[in-house]
Structure formats: C-alpha cells, structure tokens
Design a protein around this ligand. Structure first.
Ligand SMILES: *[C@@H]1O[C@H](CO)[C@@H](O)[C@H](O)[C@H]1NC(C)=O
Length: 345
C-alpha cells in the first residue's frame, strides 16, 4: 500500500475561511454565457439535416455549462490581474465555447464506448441513431471545435487545447484495459482522472490566461487551478455514482461498477476489505460482483476518504488561485470549489 495517498483529515471548517457573502459563480458568469449554446450551434455548419440534428442534440441548453463558467471566470480574473478589469476578450469567450464542444464530443464518444443508453435523462445519440452515426457526430463536433480554435489564430493556444484531445484519448485507453497491480492502481486512477476530466479544464484555463498575459507564472496558476478543480470534480462524480439515486443522476447508479471500473471509493474500500481485490481484477464480471462490491464500499469509509481527497484538491486549487490579484471573479473561483464538493448530481 506504499503508493496509496495518505488518509486526509482536513476539517471542512478549516478549508473555507473566506468571506461567505460572495457572489454565486454561476450568476456572475451568466451574462458572458448568454447564447453560448446558440453560438455553438452556429459553429456546427452542416447542410445534412440528420447530421445537424445529432450534433445539436446535447446543445439543448440543459447542460450546466460548468466548464464554460470556469473558463469565463478565469479569463476575467486573469484580465484583472493584467490591468484589464471589466474586459472579456472575444477569443477568451471562444475558448469557453470550444471547451464545451470538446467536452460534449467526448460524451458522445464515451456513450458509444460504454454502450450507455441514457444521459441527462434522455436517450443517448448511440441509442437513438446507432453507434456509427454517434461516432461521426462526435468527430464532427471536434472538427468544428478545431476550426473555431484555429480561427483564434494563436498557435500556442492551438497546441494547448490539442493536448486536451490527446489526453482524452489516452485517458479513455487507460480506462479500457487496465490490469495494474495493487500499488499502481491509485496512481493509474488519478492519472486517468486527470486525462479524462481535468486536462480540459486545466488547459482551457491556461489558454485564456495566455491570451491576456505573457507571464508563464500566471499561466501555471490558471492551469493548476483547473487541474485541481477538475480532479476534485471527478472524484465527487465517482462518489455520486455510489451515493446518488439513479433518478437524480439521470443515469443508472453504480454505473462504474457495471462497466468494470474501480474508482476512488472502491480503491479506498479495498484497503479495508481485501476481498475486493479479486473483484477489481476481474472487473466485477462474476455473478453478484457488482452488488457485493457495492455493499463493501458502503460498509467501508471509501466514500469519506474519496471526499477528503477531493477536499485536498480543492484546497490546492484555492491556494493556487489566491496568488492572482483580488477580484470578484477570483473569489467566485474560490467559492466554486465549495460547489464542486457540495453538489449532489
Ligand atoms: C498568443 O497570444 C498572446 C497574447 O496576445 C501573445 O503574447 C502570443 O505571442 C501569441 N502567440 C502566438 C504564437 O501567436
């Protein structure tokens, strides 16, 4: 167990010592996010009606626009830091849009890989139109995002966001056929989590900082904030797969176990209940494995430990963003970590 992270025991009170009368991050970013989905749909220029319907399917305005919100707040916080208070560059708003497009394309592809039939309470694209068309729709959304990215005309920003696409593919591969040994499992899990979830947030934050500031230290702050919040976000997601009801999630719960995936709560539970080891190794494929593993996790403090770990990443995100000059948006990004930890769907 040498490579497992230490057991964190940060008190929640110690974590948030900042002003409680802060502006809600979502309402603060709302004005800049107006028409975001309309603008995305304008990027998806296709003459073929069916392809258009597939591409537009998830841009129905029902998404939380969580990534664009972080990107907008980070952009404005970096702009204040660079004496451009009150400004949002058009290119920075494009990054917010592109981040949502890349995210959505990855969901479309993930649903094919996982053979999922529901997402956000509606049927998946692969369920309605079939796998082949779903793959093409995902590709099309990615190509439209690439064109929007190229239009910004900054090669540094192009390469920063291209890294995201590479990471998404590598992360998905890591999740497909992992046979790591017990010691490497947690490291593998966190690396996969970075690649599949956090890289997009980290690199989008970095991109908007590059567009306004030439100081590499500022780019690193933006990147590290995004990386830490992104990992915390996914850890909480992995907890919700155990603790939230299927109805609230808009997809079946224990979905990860059913897919053969051992996430944070299971990996921590395995420290207490070594019986889980064999089930993890066979990816919960024997009869009753999913139920048994589920029981072990709930009996263990795996959920609590995963939550502590998410708190640890949020604390680091706060530490990073606090190095920027004070602004309403910076403080909203601090407060956002609390929303990440508290969300229940
Ligand atoms: C990207 O934009 C930033 C900010 O305007 C600028 O400093 C940098 O030189 C640009 N890089 C390239 C490769 O165009």
């Amino acid at each position: 167990t040498a490579n497992l992270p230490p057991i964190y025991s940060i008190s929640k009170m110690a974590l948030f010592q900042h002003d409680t009368k802060l502006k809600d991050p979502f309402s603060l970013a709302q004005k800049d996010l107006q028409n975001l989905y309309e603008d995305i749909k304008k990027q998806l220029l296709v003459s073929k009606a069916e392809l258009k319907a597939l591409c537009d399917y998830y841009f129905d305005g029902k998404g939380k626009a969580f990534r664009p919100m972080i990107v907008i707040l980070m952009a404005r916080a970096c702009n204040v830091h660079s004496n451009k208070e009150g400004v949002l560059l058009p290119a920075q708003r494009s990054i917010a849009m592109i981040s949502e497009m890349i995210h959505t394309a990855s969901l479309v592809h993930d649903d094919v890989i996982d053979d999922s039939d529901t997402r956000r309470g509606k049927n998946t694209i692969n369920q309605v139109w079939g796998e082949r068309k779903a793959i093409l729709a995902g590709d099309f959304i990615l190509s439209a995002a690439s064109m929007a990215l190229a239009r910004i005309g900054n090669t540094t920003v192009v390469s920063v966001l291209s890294q995201v696409i590479e990471d998404l593919v590598r992360g998905e591969f890591m999740q497909l056929g992992s046979k790591e040994n017990e010691n490497e499992r947690f490291k593998h899990y966190l690396e996969k989590t970075f690649k599949k979830t956090a890289s997009l947030i980290a690199n989008s934050c970095k991109a908007v900082s590059i567009l306004v500031n030439s100081d590499p230290e500022v780019h690193e702050i933006a990147y590290q904030y995004g990386r830490n919040v992104g990992i915390a976000f996914q850890l909480v997601d992995d907890i919700l797969d155990f603790t939230s009801s299927a109805k609230r999630l808009g997809k079946p719960s224990a979905a990860d176990l059913r897919l053969g995936l051992a996430t944070g709560p299971v990996l921590f539970a395995c420290q207490q209940f070594p019986e889980l080891h064999a089930m993890i190794m066979r990816r919960f494929s024997s009869d009753g494995d999913v139920d048994r593993a589920w029981q072990y996790v709930l009996k263990s403090d795996g959920v609590e430990q995963t939550n502590y770990l998410a708190q640890h990443y949020c604390q680091e995100a706060i530490h990073q963003i606090s190095r920027l000059r004070p602004s309403t948006e910076r403080d909203a990004l601090i407060q956002l970590t609390e929303l990440v930890l508290r969300r229940d769907k």
